[in-house]
Design a protein around this ligand. Structure first.
Ligand SMILES: Cc1cc2nc3c(=O)[nH]c(=O)nc-3n(C[C@H](O)[C@H](O)[C@H](O)COP(=O)(O)OP(=O)(O)OC[C@H]3O[C@@H](n4cnc5c(N)ncnc54)[C@H](O)[C@@H]3O)c2cc1C
Ligand SMILES: NC(=O)c1ccc[n+]([C@@H]2O[C@H](COP(=O)([O-])OP(=O)(O)OC[C@H]3O[C@@H](n4cnc5c(N)ncnc54)[C@H](O)[C@@H]3O)[C@@H](O)[C@H]2O)c1
Ligand code: SF4
Ligand code: FES
Length: 812
């Protein structure tokens, strides 16, 4: 039978998924031609947020490789837009004049960023966030410029803002409404989200409407309708999308907001269909992949002439891809007289849940801070389950999982529970595929069932299902995580290769180990700099520019772009002379805030970058490293010298510890505390390394954490002398340095490797000695960084002085 010509306009996520379905149903029925005006094969647009945030690279988000098109005999024209559809002659014409006839035509042209029609919107430095090109513009701009403004506090705007922060920019988010993500969250959840994002460094300007974009050729700022202005070197418009429908409209296809389709995705013209974000079904244009993939399935069946259920519309659930934020929203969000709400608002734990019930069925879900029940609740909502027999507690919590969890949760999860919301894949389908097709990795599950192939949020749950289904057979090697998107190698593999091949610089590591991205990314560069320094001890030449911004500047950047200065104050002990000096410097430089820090230090906040070296010089004190992945502070109590309960010299030991370990690079920040009796006024039980004096000796606690992941330290050992404390901590620190992942706190590391394992290693005297020798060698290499900056003009010019960039003066 002769193949029919199937042409598709648009080479994006919804369209190509439809083609995949068609190939599954009728692999031989069509000669397929696809036009895409981007120069790439089909890629995962959703993951552009992850690319911008530095967690992956463009090469890793390709969904269908060039080979896939070849293998399936698809003729693909990329970088070539279709400019005309001729329904009478049943042919399409491209911008290059190529004419291709069709029997069936699918329009899958997606949408474009909506660019506010304000004066100046066409200036250089203004971009949307829709494709690889936009992403590249932002990454490039962040290298040369400092201040970004994101217009729109919706899903896209907040994900873009997080990415720009990761790229080292200062970010203002401008939002029209009184609360963020007003389409997905109510005021309470939105307030919690705003607080979290502010703590991550975003600055919000709420209820502001942009009137004009300022600047000559290139943007320099924004003016609002209330007359106020802000500076900006980059403006990202994230105020919604508009479907690409002009081509259809010009060809006589019926268009409203989108291309109007019926329940089989047919337009008003015979043999012409539309799918994805360009299509309008029952007056709704969808902007998330889950409904678009459902449309694709129906369209594929109908194009293949198979019996199929009609597409009747979708309910959608949303999350936000920003680390540190866990939220889910679906359906209605505001109460009305006909709804009853079940609400939990636990401000202490940062958890908010609201389930809206109407006529005994769930009408809306807003979850913030804990979303493990999201998929169960969403399923109940979609299926309109009657909840009249349930208590509010059993509606809120199933006792099992849905959107995350460990393998014990997986055991109690129902088979029909949806694991991957984007692709509509249930636990049962995944378990079945694992068993029948002998799958062992998350990627294999994705290739087979599509689960995990879109936003990727469900991947950890898929991994748990694999572990639960395969038991001991689950290939732990397959679970290994790559260092970042630039390489497939894990942390351990990279470290082993550096040692084995004698690699000595970041560039060399990237070249020899075949990095996919020549310059690396914001995740691997600081990690490699750390690993090389740890392995090569005193020989390694530190690459300052590869460090995270605070370490590069030797000062902590604040939310308004100023810095803080926290001088070293060993053991939290100071003198009248030092206090006078700090007061004089605070006065001389007009420091807006002088504040005692949680680690018993004095912080000067709100300092301009160009004042830093002069202030450091006037202070004449060493850096307190309040910004680094290193030893921060040793907090001490007054101890035996003054306190009547004290049994030991806590200040003396604290000062000795701080003097020995200051400046040492560690995988993450390290905090210490020394108390002279079990009353523990220095809170040594929640420190990475805590020492508590007892009669005739010291108790040593490790892996405590007083921050987000609150954890009491574990007792490592009880020793008699200060020398024993110093020896044990030296060995502990070096073992942590050598085996932890970069950015892994001691609390997480000990939980991962096991306390007994660490105790076992440190029990051996020889091992302790060797670890301490390697540590001491490393400690020899450090210089005082503030002093270095005072003495070195080049450093001052490069990092602390104003620099002229063509178009606009900005700070480096
Ligand atoms: C940064 C970002 C993050 C996102 N995150 C999520 C998320 O977490 N979850 C979620 O569900 N969704 C998310 N989305 C939305 C999701 O990516 C879209 O819903 C999905 O890509 C739409 O697929 P589509 O095929 O309809 O359109 P697209 O993927 O946009 O594809 C359409 C393609 O057609 C091309 N085209 C247009 N006109 C022509 C023409 N005349 N000739 C040839 N080619 C043409 C376009 O260039 C484009 O390549 C996100 C989107 C962005 C931008
Ligand atoms: N995690 C996800 O699921 C995800 C992530 C990114 C993008 N997306 C999808 O991409 C598409 C685009 O996302 P979006 O966030 O741009 O669209 P959106 O329509 O969801 O949000 C736009 C936001 O911009 C605000 N806004 C509108 N005009 C403004 C103005 N003049 N000034 C300031 N703020 C203004 C609106 O109040 C709204 O909150 C959507 O379809 C979205 O679903 C989804
Ligand atoms: S921990 Fe004990 S010794 Fe130290 S200040 Fe408190 S009570 Fe005094
Ligand atoms: S939930 Fe998005 S890929 Fe599975």
């Amino acid at each position: 039978m002769e193949k029919k010509n199937l042409v598709m306009i648009g080479n994006g996520m919804a369209g190509v998924r439809t083609i995949e379905e068609i190939l599954k149903f009728s692999p031989e029925a069509f000669k397929i031609t696809i036009f895409g005006d981007e120069p790439h094969p089909n890629y995962n647009r959703i993951q552009l947020s992850t690319v911008l945030q530095g967690d992956t690279v463009v090469e890793d988000i390709i969904l269908n490789s060039w080979e896939w098109y070849k293998e399936n005999q698809i003729e693909l024209f990329t970088g070539e837009a279709v400019t005309q559809i001729d329904p009478d002659k049943k042919q399409v014409i491209s911008e290059k004049g190529r004419t291709v006839p069709y029997d069936e035509l699918i329009i899958a042209t997606g949408s474009s960023s909506f660019i506010l029609p304000v004066p100046g919107a066409d200036k250089s430095g203004v971009t949307g966030f829709r494709d690889i090109k936009d992403c590249e513009i932002m990454i490039k701009t962040a290298k040369d410029y400092k201040k970004a403004a994101v217009i729109g506090g919706g899903l896209l705007g907040l994900e873009a803002a997080r990415g720009l922060l990761n790229l080292g920019m200062e970010v203002d988010v401008i939002h029209l409404m009184p609360h963020l993500m007003e389409r997905q969250l109510d005021a309470a959840a939105s307030k919690m989200l705003k607080q979290e994002l502010e703590s991550q460094g975003m600055n919000f300007l709420m209820e502001k409407q942009t009137a004009e974009i300022l600047g000559e050729d290139r943007v320099t700022g924004l003016r609002f309708t209330d007359g106020s202005e802000i500076e900006a070197d980059l403006i990202v418009m994230a105020v919604g999308i508009k479907p690409n429908v002009q081509l259809a409209k010009d060809s006589g296809i019926y268009v409203n907001r989108g291309i109007v389709v019926d329940d089989y995705m047919r337009t008003n013209i015979q043999n012409v269909y539309a799918v994805g974000e360009c299509a309008e079904h029952r007056e709704i244009v969808y902007g998330l992949v889950a409904p678009l993939y459902e449309q694709g399935k129906v369209l594929a069946s109908s194009v293949c002439g198979m019996e199929t259920k009609p597409y009747e519309g979708s309910l959608v659930g949303t999350g936000l891809k920003v680390s540190g934020v866990d939220l889910f929203s679906a359906g209605e969000i505001e109460d009305d007289p006909k709804t009853k709400a079940i609400k939990v608002h636990n401000e202490f734990d940062g958890v908010y849940k609201k389930i809206l019930i109407r006529d005994n069925t769930i009408a809306g879900i807003v979850l913030y801070g804990e979303t493990k029940d999201s998929s169960r609740l969403f399923r109940m909502m979609v299926k309109k389950e009657d909840v009249s027999g349930m208590t509010s507690v059993s509606i809120l919590e199933s006792g099992c999982c849905g959107g995350g969890g460990d393998s014990s949760d997986v055991a109690t999860m129902a088979n029909e529970e949806i694991v991957c919301g984007c692709n509509g894949v249930s636990k049962g389908t995944i378990v079945d595929a694992i068993k029948t097709k002998e799958l062992t990795t998350v990627d294999e599950v994705g290739s087979c069932t599509n689960a995990g192939r879109s936003c990727g949020r469900c991947k950890s749950l898929i991994s748990d299902i694999l572990a639960h289904t395969l038991g001991d057979k689950y290939d732990t090697a397959a679970k290994k995580t790559a260092l970042c998107g630039c390489t497939d190698l894990s942390r351990d593999e990279v470290v082993a290769e550096i040692k084995e091949k004698g690699l000595t610089s970041i560039k060399e590591v990237m070249n020899v180990l075949g990095w996919k991205q020549e310059e690396g990314c914001s995740k691997c560069r600081p990690a490699l700099n750390y690993y090389l320094g740890m392995i090569l001890q005193e020989q390694y030449l530190d690459e300052r520019d590869s460090r995270l911004v605070n370490e590069k500047m030797h000062a902590n950047i604040q939310k308004d772009g100023t810095y803080s200065v926290v001088p070293r104050m060993y053991g939290g002990v100071t003198t009248a002379a030092d206090l006078k000096k700090i007061a004089e410097v605070a006065e001389k430089y007009d420091v807006p805030l002088v504040k005692l820090t949680g680690g018993q230090r004095i912080g000067l906040f709100g300092v301009n970058k160009e004042d830093l070296p002069a202030m450091w010089e006037d202070l004449g004190m060493p850096s307190g490293y309040a910004y680094g992945k290193t030893l921060r502070t040793v907090k001490t109590c007054v101890g035996a010298k003054f306190c009547r309960f004290g049994t030991q010299d806590s200040m003396g030991l604290g000062i000795e510890l701080e003097k020995k370990f200051e400046r040492l690079d560690t995988p993450h920040k390290v905090k210490m505390g020394v108390s002279a009796c079990p009353r523990n006024c220095a809170e040594a039980g929640i420190k990475d390394f805590g020492v508590v004096g007892i009669d005739g000796g010291w108790e040593i606690y490790v892996a405590g954490n007083g921050g987000t992941d609150l954890r009491a330290g574990d007792l490592l050992e009880t020793v008699k002398t200060k020398e024993e404390v110093m020896e044990l901590i030296g060995a502990f620190m070096q073992y942590y340095r050598e085996t932890a992942n970069y950015l892994e706190r001691t609390s997480k590391w000990v939980e991962r490797v096991g306390l007994d394992h660490v105790k076992g290693i440190l029990a051996d005297e020889n091992t302790r000695k060797e670890l301490n020798e390697r540590l001491d060698k490393t400690l020899e290499k450090y210089n005082e960084p503030w002093n270095e900056a005072i003495e070195n003009k080049e450093i001052q010019e490069k990092y602390y002085q104003k620099r002229e960039i063509p178009g606009k003066p900005i700070l480096v």
